[in-house]
Design a protein around this ligand. Structure first.
Ligand SMILES: Cc1cc2nc3c(=O)[nH]c(=O)nc-3n(C[C@H](O)[C@H](O)[C@H](O)COP(=O)(O)O)c2cc1C
Length: 325
């Protein structure tokens, strides 16, 4: 991971309009005569072995680069305010730059109570994975499986032969929950089958519908087409597939950017919903305004629950959704 690439990704992701996604093709089945009050709605949930007040988290983006550290500090403060998990972006730079390593260490020092999720790629050895966790005093570890993204990048990885074995040994060795996460391309059946075979418990299916790294890379390369644009499964479809694998604790991300997409993801079977681009966009505001926006998001989540006549988010299920797919 080089510094310029991370900065390019942040700038291009910010400038990219998110297109309509499959969540827009699902409508809610509301109750015209609900029996609940907004104040009784309980949004709390438990995932990654921990109880959280809200069923959403800040998904992995950055860290270890100057601009990224500013973003991370703001995002960490926001996560701490709401008591939600904070996934940092790839820690690759921390292994090549002392400055970057210090930035990650400082994040933990500044936010001692925060639930932080470390982030590595599957080229890491078990020893490096343990170090990534230790640098952050991390509460969980995300391994991002971004094969499509790597192959779209001119400077990306071309050899994936060690990924499976590395994931298996990291997962067996480290002491914190391990999440295998996609980066906006979703997980199809073969991936789910392999992760099940490896015994992985937590997955973020991170599907299509939001940030699209193929388009971001093509912009970087000033190109318009790539055969790899045909790859990817929508977040909604990936969530539907993952329902066939009840041993996984499923986290959803990819195009989740509103209270309604969060609730739809939960009703489709996710334990919690992650948002990257949504929070990246919020970072344009001062922290106090970011907090107001998330307060509004929480009220909207509660309003939707009232209309679905659902007091606790764990009651959400497919019966609350109407598909127009
Ligand atoms: C600027 C940017 C940088 C990202 N960097 C990482 C990363 O370092 N590691 C990772 O696991 N995912 C990374 N992601 C992927 C997100 O965590 C998420 O899976 C994906 O963006 C889909 O969510 P979204 O539609 O809410 O953006 C990044 C996303 C963005 C927008």
């Amino acid at each position: 991971m080089n510094r310029n690439r991370k900065a390019d990704h942040i700038a291009l992701a910010r400038g990219t309009k998110v297109h309509a996604n499959d969540f827009d093709r699902i409508r809610f089945i509301h109750h015209s005569i609900p029996a609940l009050s907004l104040k009784d709605i309980d949004l709390s949930t438990s995932f990654l072995g921990t109880n959280f007040n809200y069923p959403f988290y800040i998904n992995a983006m950055t860290g270890g680069v100057k601009k990224g550290d500013k973003l991370n500090t703001k995002l960490a403060a926001l996560a701490q305010h709401f008591g939600i998990p904070f996934f940092v972006g790839s820690q690759s730079l921390a292994f090549v730059s002392k400055e970057s390593r210090l930035a990650f260490e400082t994040l933990r020092l500044n936010f001692p109570e925060l639930f932080i999720v470390a982030n590595i790629n599957p080229n890491y050895t078990t020893k490096m994975a343990e170090e990534a966790i230790q640098i952050l005093g991390a509460d969980a570890l995300a391994i991002h499986v971004n094969s499509i993204h790597e192959l779209v990048m001119n400077e990306g990885d071309r050899d994936f032969t060690k990924w499976k074995d590395n994931i298996a040994s990291i997962f067996k060795t480290v002491k914190v929950p391990v999440i295998v996460k996609e980066v906006g391309y979703g997980m199809h059946e073969p991936t789910l089958l392999l992760l099940q075979e490896l015994g992985v418990k937590h997955i973020d299916i991170s599907g299509m519908g939001g940030t699209n790294f193929s388009l971001i890379e093509l912009k970087r390369q000033k190109k318009k087409v790539s055969p790899l644009l045909d790859f990817g499964i929508s977040t909604v479809d990936a969530l539907l597939l993952a329902r066939n694998y009840p041993n996984f604790e499923v986290l959803a991300s990819g195009g989740i950017n509103s209270a309604s997409s969060i609730i739809k993801a939960l009703a489709l079977g996710a334990k919690a919903a992650g948002m990257a681009k949504y929070f990246l966009d919020l970072c344009a505001l001062p922290l106090s305004e970011m907090i107001k926006k998330v307060d509004e998001l929480i009220i909207d989540l509660k309003k939707i629950c009232v209309l679905l006549n659902v007091k606790h988010v764990s009651e959400l299920n497919l019966n609350h959704l109407m598909f127009d797919l």
